[in-house]
Design a protein around this ligand. Structure first.
Ligand code: MG
Length: 393
């Protein structure tokens, strides 16, 4: 079977206001910028992709650089689109090889187009994207609700509301003030009980392994389940891991399959956080997941609070990845009038997809449709788009 060729590529830079003033350790400007790619094939089949490029998000010791919707659009139209027009959309591995030869890095730009290719191929073949990734290892994906750096009473109130929505895993942003982090963890454990999964994400904020160990050890009394990226660097992570009870999770330290291999070889962590955007798309993210699985490291599939298109890509990967057993920090995306939760997994007041995910008991599943299973709401796309560009074959 011959897949239809891609004849046009559109990009949209979107802005949607967040529901709250979200804060985390390394974030320097408000959330709410999104980058969407639409591929259009010669027979009219479309494919959608989305990422949230962050300019202040990088790897250990400056090894990765930030991206913005504007830099992503430049890279996509100048360097990635010509390869997409020249190849069959199903040859994703070869497309990545050509992209990596033409332009180094820029994983978010590549991820947006990679996801759109998967969506287009799934629609052309009439199968969900998870089938292209190996099929279902689980029926739905447990979601962790992200709690930003807020005053203690606001964090507790938000967590209670998300718990009432059915969520049983929480990612607590911290890393600026160890005493405050300890108070929040203790308050959440006391409020939510022993069964919820509490994961403190310091975003490399503790200055040294000793500082991280001193911060985390008191949280063992509140049975903190996991400490995400308490410090920067593999050696520092390994030092913390050997000294504290909670699982130590790599996030900023893990972008690629090579990073996952290095983390495993250094015995630096107990688990890995995998992002479609950081890896450069579903194809390379699967390779990260395969290394994690081979190394015996469980992982999640986290996002950077994408809208429904990017969140769908996260969910499809988490459905298909054998070792994706940790709850994932992915929005429960929905348009304004159809959200299945009040607070849990909700970060923006609206979306550009026309129907929510299937949601039950703290877990989401994709809609039973080809591709990513999302339908674009064209009116909402136009309403929130601030810049559009189009390239043609
Ligand atoms: Mg993180």
């Amino acid at each position: 079977m011959t897949l239809p060729r891609v004849v046009a590529l559109e990009t949209y830079e979107l802005r949607l206001p967040p529901l709250k003033d979200f804060r985390w350790q390394s974030l320097t400007e408000p959330l709410g910028s999104f980058f969407v790619v639409r591929l259009i094939a010669e027979d009219g089949t479309e494919g959608l992709g989305e990422v949230v490029p962050l300019k202040d998000w990088g790897g250990d010791h400056g090894r990765q650089y930030g991206e913005t919707p504007t830099t992503a659009a430049h890279v996509v139209h100048e360097y990635l689109a010509p390869v997409v027009f020249a190849e069959s959309p199903g040859d994703v591995g070869r497309i990545h090889a050509r992209w990596d030869a033409v332009v180094k890095g820029h994983p978010y730009a590549k991820a947006a187009v990679d996801v759109a290719l998967h969506d287009l191929v799934g629609r052309a073949l009439g199968v969900p994207v998870y089938q292209l990734l190996g099929g279902r290892c689980r029926e739905s994906v447990p979601i962790a609700h992200m709690l930003g750096i807020l005053p203690l009473d606001e964090v507790v109130a938000e967590a209670r509301a998300a718990w009432a929505d059915g969520l049983r895993a929480f990612q607590i942003k911290g890393g600026r003030d160890a005493a405050r982090d300890g108070e929040v963890v203790a308050a959440l454990r006391a409020t939510l009980g022993p069964a919820v999964f509490l994961r403190l994400d310091a975003n490399q904020g503790y200055a040294t392994p000793k500082a991280a160990i001193a911060a985390l050890r008191p949280m063992e009394a509140a049975r903190l389940d996991a400490a995400e990226q308490p410090v920067a660097g593999l050696a520092a992570l390994a030092e913390v891991r050997s000294a504290v009870a909670p699982l130590v999770i790599a996030d900023e330290s893990c972008w690629s399959a090579a990073d996952a291999l290095a983390l495993a070889q250094a015995r630096a962590v107990d688990a890995i956080s995998i992002y479609v955007g950081m890896a450069g798309g579903l194809y390379p993210a699967r390779q990260v997941a395969a290394v994690a699985a081979a190394a015996g490291l469980p992982h999640d599939v986290n996002g950077s609070l994408e809208l429904g298109i990017g969140s769908a890509a996260n969910v499809h990967l988490a459905i298909a990845a054998p070792a994706a057993t940790l709850a994932s920090v992915t929005p429960i995306a929905a348009p304004a009038d159809a959200a299945p939760t009040q607070v849990g997994g909700r970060y923006f007041a609206d979306d550009v997809v026309s129907a929510p995910f299937l949601y039950r008991d703290g877990a989401v599943a994709p809609l039973d449709r080809p591709g990513l299973g999302v339908a674009l709401d064209e009116a909402r796309l136009r309403r929130y788009a601030v810049v559009q560009r189009r390239s043609e074959r």
